[in-house]
Design a protein around this ligand. Structure first.
Ligand SMILES: CCCCCCCCCCCCC/C=C/[C@@H](O)[C@H](COP(=O)(O)O)NC(C)=O
Ligand SMILES: Nc1ncnc2c1ncn2[C@@H]1O[C@H](COP(=O)(O)OP(=O)(O)O)[C@@H](O)[C@H]1O
Ligand SMILES: [Ca+2]
Length: 550
C-alpha cells in the first residue's frame, strides 16, 4: 500500500461522542481515538481506523432539516441542525467475508462549520483527482436473465450507489436478444461514456463483448475475420452486475457474485485486463470467448439446457445430469500451439490473484512479441513444427481462458488459469467409463486435482484448432440447416437403445451455442478491461482494512 505521505488535513473531530484525531493524506483517511493516559504512547489498534482514499465512495455535509416546528421543540431542533451543519459523512468500501464489499459510513462532527467545509472540500478534491473513476456509464439490463431479476437488482441495489457516488448513467433495458450487441456495434455514441455496464449473465456479457470489440475493429480498420490479425484493444472498461445463471466471468474476476460488490468495483474505477479468444471457421469470424469454449459435455449441457430456459439456473443441473448419463463421446483432431516464453503452467499451485505477477510478466512478453512481429515481417512466431496434434475420442474438450470459477465449482474448470496471461488451458478428456468421468467431474468441487487422471490432459496454449472426424477430409462443417438438425438433435433420441454416439457435439462459447464444429481459436492477450481487480488475497485484505497499526 502507498505510504500516507504529506498530511492535507489534521483535526480533532468527534465520531458520535468520542474525540478522534482525524487526518487526510493523498492516499489515506485515518481516525484515531484520543487517549489521554500517559501510559499509552501509541494508539491501541482497535482505536485507529483508516480507509484508502481510492476506496472512498462519497463525502457529504449533513443536510439541514427545514423544520416548521416551534415551541420548546424548536430549540432542540435548532441545536440538532447546528450539529448537522457541522458534520460530514464519508461513505467507503468495507470488506466483508468471501470477497464481498459493502458501503460503510462514518460521520465526523466538527467544532465549526468552516472546518467542516474545508474537510469536505479536501476529500472531494482528492476524489476528483482519481482519474480512473468513471463519471458517465452506459448500462444494459437483460430483464430475462437468470431469475429475471435484472431490473430489480439494478434499481434497488446499484442505481442508488451510482447516484451517491455522482456517477451518471444512460440505461437501456434490452427488448430482444442481441439488442445490446447491435446497439454497441453501430448506434451507441461511445465517446461520451467512460465504460459499459452489463446487468445479466455470461450470455449478456458476451453480447457486450461482441458489440464493443467489433466496434473497435471497425473504427480502427482491422479485419476481424482473419485469425492472423492482431486485434485493437478496447478502450472502454466493462462492468458486470451479476444477474444471470452461472455468472462465471463475474465470479472469477471479483471472487463473488454480488451486485453491490460489483457496483463498488465500478465506482472506485478498478481495472482488470482480460484475454479474449477469437473463434474462426475457415477464415471467417464466428465468436469471441473469455471464459469457456467447451465441446462434448459442456456443449451438450448447454444445447440441452436452452430448451429448458423456463426453469432458470436449475436447467444446468438437470441437463448436466442428463448428459452425464447419456455419456456421449466425439471423435476428432485437436491441434494446438503450446504457449512459449511464458511463466506458469496449468498444474501450478499458485492462483491468479489481484496484481498477478504471471499476468504482468506474460502481458509484457506478448506486447514485445507483437512489436517484434511488426518490425520483422519474417519473424515466425508460429512455425508449423511447433504445432502438436492429438487424435482420438473425447468426452469433453474444454478451453478455459480463465479459471471459470463459479458457485458450481469455486476453484474452476482450470484452477491455475490466468485472466490476462495471453493463454488458454486446453483440457482434453478422453473417452472413459462413466465412473471415471464422474470422478473427474466431482474433483471440480473438491481439493483433488481434476487433471491427475490418466484420461485427462491439459496444455497451456496460445492457439488451437479442432476438426471433428467426419469432416476431416474437407475440414469444413458448414451444413445446411436441415442436415445440421439431423446431426445435432435427434440422432440418439430417435434410437435411445442403440448405444451409438452422435457424430457431432456443439461448442459452448461462454454460454452461447456455436453453429460450427470445426474451429480455429486464437488468444488475444489483454484485449479488454473489466471494472474489477481480480480476486484479492487475504493478506491484501488485512493490509487495507482498518484497524491500522502505527
Ligand atoms: C457431480 C458434480 C458436478 C460438478 C461439475 C462442475 C462443473 C461446473 C460447470 C462450470 C461451468 C463454468 C463455465 C461457465 C459457463 C457459462 O458461460 C455458461 C453460461 O452461463 P449463463 O447461463 O450465461 O450465466 N454456463 C454453463 C453451465 O455452460
Ligand atoms: N430482452 C431480451 N429478451 C430475450 N433475450 C435476451 C434479452 N436481452 C438479452 N437476451 C439474451 O438472453 C440470453 C441469456 O442472458 P443472460 O443474461 O446471460 O442470462 P442467463 O445467465 O440466465 O443465461 C443471452 O444470450 C442474451 O443474448
Ligand atoms: Ca488466460
Amino acid at each position: 500500500m502507498e505510504r500516507p505521505g504529506r498530511l492535507l488535513q489534521l483535526s480533532e473531530l468527534r465520531v458520535r461522542n468520542t474525540a478522534y484525531e482525524v487526518s487526510l493524506s493523498r492516499s489515506l483517511l485515518t481516525w484515531k481515538k484520543r487517549v489521554s493516559s500517559s501510559v499509552y504512547h501509541t494508539f491501541k489498534p482497535s482505536l485507529c481506523h483508516s480507509v484508502a482514499v481510492s476506496e472512498i465512495i462519497s463525502v457529504r455535509e449533513e443536510e439541514e432539516n427545514s423544520s416548521k416546528d416551534d415551541g420548546s421543540w424548536r430549540k432542540i431542533r435548532e441545536r440538532q441542525e447546528r450539529d448537522c451543519r457541522r458534520a460530514f459523512t464519508v461513505s467507503y468500501v468495507e470488506r466483508g467475508r468471501n470477497h464481498r464489499w459493502r458501503c460503510a459510513e462514518v460521520s465526523f462532527i466538527c467544532p465549526d462549520a468552516s472546518l467542516c467545509q474545508r474537510w469536505v472540500h479536501s476529500i472531494l478534491e482528492q476524489l476528483a483527482a482519481l482519474s480512473c473513476r468513471p463519471k458517465h456509464l452506459l448500462v444494459y439490463i437483460n430483464p430475462h436473465g437468470g431469475k429475471k431479476q435484472g431490473n430489480r437488482i439494478y434499481e434497488q441495489k446499484v442505481a442508488p450507489l451510482f447516484a451517491q457516488a455522482g456517477v451518471t448513467t444512460q440505461v437501456i433495458v434490452t427488448e430482444y436478444a442481441n439488442h445490446a450487441r447491435d446497439h454497441l456495434r453501430t448506434d451507441a455514441e461511445l465517446k461520451q461514456f467512460d465504460g459499459v455496464v452489463c446487468v445479466g449473465g455470461d450470455g449478456m456479457f458476451s453480447e457486450i463483448l461482441h458489440g464493443l470489440i467489433w466496434r473497435m475493429q471497425l473504427d480502427s480498420a482491422v479485419n476481424p475475420n482473419s485469425p492472423e490479425e492482431a486485434l485493437q484493444p478496447c478502450s472502454l472498461r466493462i462492468g458486470i452486475i451479476p444477474a444471470g445463471s452461472t455468472d462465471c466471468i463475474c465470479f472469477a474476476t471479483v471472487g463473488t457474485n454480488d451486485p453491490v460488490t460489483s457496483a463498488l468495483h465500478i465506482i472506485v474505477g478498478d481495472s482488470q485486463p482480460m484475454d479474449v479468444c477469437s473463434v474462426h471457421h475457415n477464415d471467417s469470424f464466428l465468436k469471441y470467448s473469455v471464459s469457456l469454449l467447451g465441446y462434448g459435455f459442456f456443449g451438450d449441457v448447454l444445447s440441452d439446457s436452452e430448451r429448458k430456459r423456463w426453469m432458470g439456473p436449475a436447467r444446468y443441473d438437470l441437463s448436466g445430469l442428463k448428459m452425464f448419463l447419456t455419456h456421449h463421446y466425439y471423435e476428432g483432431t485437436v491441434s494446438y500451439l503450446p504457449a512459449k516464453g511464458i511463466m506458469g503452467t496449468p498444474r501450478d499451485s499458485g492462483r491468479c490473484r489481484s496484481g498477478c505477477v504471471v499476468c504482468e510478466y506474460n502481458g509484457e512478453a506478448f506486447t514485445q512479441k507483437g512489436e517484434k512481429y511488426k518490425l520483422d515481417e519474417s519473424f515466425d512466431t508460429e512455425s508449423d513444427d511447433e504445432w502438436r496434434t492429438v487424435r482420438g475420442k473425447f468426452l469433453a474438450i474444454n478451453a478455459a481462458s480463465m479459471s471459470c470459477a463459479c458457485p458450481r465449482t469455486p476453484k474452476g474448470l482450470s484452477p491455475a488459469a490466468h485472466l490476462a496471461d495471453g493463454t488458454t488451458d486446453l483440457i482434453l478428456v478422453r473417452k472413459c467409463s462413466r465412473f471415471d468421468f464422474l470422478r473427474h467431474l466431482i474433483r471440480h468441487t473438491s481439493k483433488d486435482d481434476q487433471f491427475d487422471l490418466a484420461f485427462v490432459e491439459v496444455h497451456r496454449v496460445s492457439r488451437f484448432r479442432f476438426v471433428p472426424r467426419q469432416c476431416q477430409s474437407d475440414s469444413d462443417l458448414n451444413l445446411p440447416e436441415a442436415h445440421k438438425r439431423q446431426i445435432f438433435g435427434p440422432l440418439c433420441r430417435d434410437h435411445p437403445a442403440c448405444g451409438c454416439s452422435p457424430h457431432y457435439s456443439s461448442w459452448n462459447c461462454d454460454g452461447e451455442v456455436l453453429n460450427h464444429t470445426a474451429i480455429d481459436v486464437r488468444v488475444h492477450c489483454q484485449l479488454i478491461k473489466l471494472f474489477a481487480r481480480g480476486i484479492e488475497e487475504m493478506t491484501v485484505l488485512e493490509e487495507v482494512t482498518s484497524p491500522c497499526a502505527i
